[in-house]
Design a binder for this molecule. Sequence first.
Ligand code: SF4
Length: 481
Amino acid sequence: MTPPASNFLQRARVLTRDLRHRDLIQTALGKYEVKRDEMKARFQDWEGARAAAAAIKAEAIGRLDQHLETFAARLEARGAKVHWAPHAEAARQIIVGICRDRQARTIVKSKAMTAEEIHLNEALEGAGFEVVESDLGEFIVQLRGEAPYHIVFPAMHLTRGEIRDLFARKLGDAPSDNPEELTMVARRVLRQKYLAADMGITGANFAIAETGMISVTENEGNARLTAALPRTMITLVGIEKVLPRLADLALFLPMLATVGAGQLLSGYNTLYGGPRQPGEPDGPEEFHVVLLDNQRSAILADPEQRDALHCIRCGACLNVCPIFRHVGGQTYGTTYPGPIGAVITPHLRGLQEWKHLPFASSLCGACTEACPVKIDLHHHLLQHRRNARAQRPVWWEKLAFRAFAAVVNHPALWRLSLALGRLGQKAHGLVRGTRLDPAYAWTQSREMPRLAPQSFKQWWRQRSANRAGRDAGTGPDAAGP
Ligand code: SF4
């Protein structure tokens, strides 16, 4: 099997040169940025809202065990069944087991990144169930047999024409590339699936400890149908989704809509508190909630990176990340792409195998600035780099840094290296862009940074000499470097 780092490099090499892909993503994210900024401006104090959200998440995660117990007890008091899944395999077994016990055949599913994380669809399909994604973007990528491109916009890498061709091929129905008509095609297919489904599976945006309720926010109404029509509903929730109080949603729902999709509020915001109660006209007869740990406790035990559990999966850090915007979401080969993916994937799947993700960053800090809950993302990337090298030092890096330290600590060596560097730069100019260029892979798509023609000291000395000469009426005007 190809190592994840090689896969990442191969895919990134292709996509960074794909101008069509770049144009598509930049256009989509350009529109998103305009709407996001309009909505942010509606907050009286956006920075104050971020600070409040970070404090609430810190409170929730700081007493996670108590909040989870309260959440589970309140939910079970209304007839729901709560399952605790320490890892992905346990969660898959619980869900497949419920589906088998109910003799289900068709399962409709609304968007759930936790389900992607544990490869739930593959497990259910492997056990003989038909699984249909009901979110339009997820439905499209499922038809293509690929993973979502983005946490919030799973099919943002596709044009209308590509979706029309896909529907024509897979569904035999694609009247035009008009988005409304294409949506109607998907809707007709999905309505039949809802009616036939024995089981509905959803994710959760938040789990409210105070009331024992699941909060789901969406724009298509598909999660509501997924919950309301089948007889059995299963919700898969990462344990970090807890919020202490119902009132916290007053901040988190508009915040998530603002940075997630540039909306004031999502179209549908629903709370689920258990199975259908006597006298209620709809809702599932059975309601199961699977609480997924899957290494979240290990993140909780890491005092440096605990705040990664504050993530509300809004996707804002992906949208501003220069790496994500060039290499695209599927290049990461992980459930969670972009900066948050580079922080949590090494926890979920192992630091040594996934350390290339923290290294694939310019450390510009745009992600940290964009994060509504103030996760210190770019510092966590640095910590992963440090930890990865501390676990497995790389001899040539150590040697290189020792040499660098020696050079910068000895002025004569420093001057010599600058002189050699300038000479090397001139020589490089003769072969740049040819096969003789030792930096060919780099200069094919980027400019080689140039050394300044003189050092600051040389420039300062020359400037002082020029000034002295000018004051004496003999020298030229001082010139900058
Ligand atoms: S890390 Fe922050 S910006 Fe990124 S998805 Fe999570 S909450 Fe959103």
